[in-house]
Design a protein around this ligand. Structure first.
Ligand code: 4AD
Ligand code: MG
Length: 465
């Protein structure tokens, strides 16, 4: 007999036939003559109930049906007598595929803390919550490809190893095959990289954008979707050292087009979750965040607020004047802290905000300069609970303005020749953004720590598993 996944079984296999299921014991409940085993195979948050008649099986075998054990069960599918489920399986044959020691299995107890579960991240996919989160993670990845594919954007693969620092923040992990115990240095004490693997200093990428722009200026519209790395020592619930980013880049888009794309894209993803992840969302709504589904629906149904940075600062200054206390100072030119972003989104507008036209000093070199020569055409999307979920901008397409900016910021021009060529040869207006995949997942799942929406989080001091 062929094994059937529990998701398919529950979707409408007619009772009255024998079925074969395989999975892990979630719980076992005993009454006098029968045991009720909740079996889960990961295909759905739902378990199937296995009814085990003690008379029909050896005690030796019954003893081995413990929480976490892996079973193969053949039995008759019948309509369930209990209220919880529509069907259940009356076991005829049970094989223990993998025993699970009740004394040492870490997932015995219900209600383990998120911190504890992070320490057993190798096992946490077996819990209800992480099963739900990782199924939703898959669905969101699928939604993203669907969205861009339907719009005619091409999936463009950008390198993970790079010799340039897209964001210019110097938060890069170096890649080298050099013997760190025996480094050759020049007379100034600088390490010589000529004989390193790539013949120069290389790092893991912080963003695929620069190469994405190269793709876009040939293919018209591209998106990347891959891991990015940042060696920033940020121990917050919203930062990872390794996270996944989606970066569309589109030619002939202006600021308006870009904001429209950002808004449409997020709404599409959230609607996809509502349409395709009902069971998992209902579970998370019940167990993790009571307002989750409500919040997802509300975001899909409203227009995001679009607001220049300068006006945002005024609102924050007004709030301070009226007695609101922030930890970090607010002034024109400051980089907004997450408390400021959340004030605008959660208190003031009560909806997502696209903040635009930032002071050039707090943004990367590639952003298009406004006529005031002070602000650049950035378009970040700020979200309730999360703060910044998207960072985007129109790109500076003028060769002259871009090289001036690069010089001002002391970025080594010789390393950027290939990027500057896009502005030198047939330059075009273009724009793009980056969405942090895990930040989107925080929003969609209602989880509160970014370490809990990626299977194996990398953060300062943590690279287990
Ligand atoms: O705002 P960022 O730094 O923008 C860029 O990297 C641009 N090159 C994107 C582009 O225009 N193509 O990062 C983009 C997004 C942020 O809005 C945030 O959602 C996420 O990436 N992000 C992080 N997510 C998790 N952990 C971190 N350390 C993150 N840093 C940024
Ligand atoms: Mg940003």
């Amino acid at each position: 007999m062929r094994r059937i996944k529990i998701v398919d079984l529950l979707k409408g296999t007619a009772p009255g036939q024998d079925v074969l299921v395989k999975g892990w014991v979630r719980t076992r409940r005993d009454s006098k003559q029968v045991s009720f085993v909740a079996l889960n195979d990961g295909s759905t948050i739902k378990n199937v109930q296995i009814v085990v008649d003690a008379d029909k099986f050896a005690d030796e075998l019954l003893k081995r049906i413990t929480t976490g054990a892996c079973l193969s069960v053949t039995g008759l599918l019948v309509e369930s007598q209990g209220g919880q489920q529509s069907v259940e399986i009356q076991a005829k044959e049970i094989e223990i595929l993998g025993d699970c020691d009740a004394q040492t299995y870490p997932l015995q107890k219900k209600g383990a803390s998120w911190e504890f579960l992070r320490d057993v991240a190798h096992l946490r996919p077996r819990t209800n919550t992480f099963g739900a989160v990782f199924r939703i993670r898959h669905q969101m990845a699928f939604a993203i490809h669907t969205f861009f594919h339907q719009k005619g954007f091409f999936y463009f693969h950008t390198p993970l190893i790079t010799a340039s620092d897209c964001e210019g923040a110097g938060q890069m992990f170096q890649v080298t095959t050099k013997n760190l115990y025996d480094l050759k240095k020049d007379e100034n004490g600088s390490i010589i990289y000529d004989d390193d693997f790539f013949g120069k200093t290389t790092s893991l990428t912080v963003s695929g954008q620069l190469e994405g722009e190269l793709g876009a200026t040939g293919l018209g519209a591209i998106y990347t979707f891959g891991p990015t790395f940042r060696a920033e020592n940020s121990n917050t619930p919203r930062h990872l050292a390794e996270f996944w980013m989606i970066e569309p880049e589109v030619c002939f888009y202006d600021k308006q087009d870009l904001m429209d794309l950002e808004e449409e894209f997020i709404k599409f993803c959230v609607q996809w979750a509502l349409d395709n992840c009902q069971d998992d969302l209902e579970f998370l709504n019940k167990m993790v965040d009571k307002g989750l589904i409500e919040r997802l629906k509300s975001v899909v149904g409203i227009d995001f607020m679009r607001l220049p940075y300068t006006e945002g600062i005024k609102i924050l200054e007004d709030a301070i004047a009226k007695g609101h206390k922030f930890e970090f100072p607010v002034y024109w030119g400051c980089d907004l802290a997450s408390e400021h972003e959340r004030y605008l989104v959660e208190h003031h507008f009560k909806k997502p905000v696209i903040l635009t036209d930032y002071p050039k000093e707090i943004k990367a070199f590639y952003m298009k300069m406004n006529e005031d020569n002070k602000t650049v055409q950035g378009t970040d999307v700020l979200f309730p609970q999360i703060g910044e979920i998207i960072g985007g901008s129109v790109r500076e397409e003028s060769y002259e303005k871009l090289t001036n900016r690069i010089e001002e910021l002391n970025i080594p021009m010789k390393d950027m020749w290939w990027y500057l060529d896009t502005r030198k040869y047939g330059s075009c207006p273009h724009a793009g953004f980056g969405l942090g995949f895990e930040r989107l997942l925080l929003f969609v799942t209602g989880m509160s720590n970014i370490r809990d929406v990626i299977p194996f989080p990398r953060t300062p001091g943590h690279a287990d598993f």
